[in-house]
Design a protein around this ligand. Structure first.
Ligand SMILES: N[C@@H](CCC(=O)N[C@@H](CS)C(=O)NCC(=O)O)C(=O)O
Length: 208
């Protein structure tokens, strides 16, 4: 039985799980929620995820939520190809980089995202946008250093790249990237976009 994925389009957190599924060649059936209609807060969905958010997976009756935790589950349950290094330090290091990209950037990222997501072009606060873009570029310096001369954050392609990617795709849409100050991240973005697992998401529509 194929894995069932409750998603939304657009949903960067759902994209994170789709990339991991695609990298592993796992088939999945999508059930799309309409977030504007608040499908995610309906009692039947809250039984699956008390947070009322997508993504959620149902793997043969096993229900999981939280995209990064789902991805670790997928990697352990379906180990080929492996998406986590064996070395304990690298595994921990990868989780720290994801925590940095998700939690440390969170408030600034969402201030910028809300301008683009909820407002029409003429209504946006251009000063706030420029300030948040600058702040984010400053914070991203740490990830630029962490990437260094490597193709991927931990050397080999891993869940660290998968988990970080969706936010980076959006940072391009919101004008924070690319920037000449962060050339390694710029090259990594291009490398990520070339992966079939990510190309497969372009133009995806909800499935109701
Ligand atoms: N930490 C969660 C975040 C999930 C999340 O915020 N999902 C968004 C869509 S990208 C959502 O469902 N938003 C609807 C809501 O909060 O009501 C994860 O990584 O899965």
């Amino acid at each position: 039985m194929a894995i069932k994925l409750y998603d939304a389009v657009p949903s960067s957190n759902s994209d994170r799980v789709k990339i991991a599924l695609n990298e592993k060649g796992l088939a999945y059936d999508r059930v799309s929620l309409n977030l504007a209609r608040r499908d995610q807060k309906k009692p039947e969905f809250l039984k699956l995820n008390p947070y009322g958010k997508v993504p959620v997976i149902d793997d043969g009756g096993k229900i999981l939520f939280e995209s990064c935790i789902i991805n670790e589950y997928l990697d352990e349950k379906y180990p080929n190809p492996p998406l986590m290094p064996k070395d304990p330090y690298l595994r921990a290091r990868g989780r720290i980089l994801v925590d940095y990209g998700m939690n440390y950037l969170h408030t600034t990222y969402f201030a910028l995202r809300d301008e683009f997501f909820f407002k029409k072009e003429g209504e946006r606060d251009q000063k706030l946008i420029a300030d948040k873009q600058r702040e984010l570029r400053g914070m991203l310096g740490y990830l630029e250093e962490a990437l260094g001369e490597k193709d991927y954050f931990l050397g080999e392609f891993s869940l660290t790249d998968v988990d970080l990617w969706p936010r980076f795709g959006r940072l391009e849409d919101y004008g924070a990237l690319p920037t000449p100050a962060l050339p390694r991240l710029g090259a990594w973005i291009q490398r990520m976009k070339a992966r079939p697992s990510i190309k497969a998401l372009v133009g995806q529509k909800p499935i109701y």
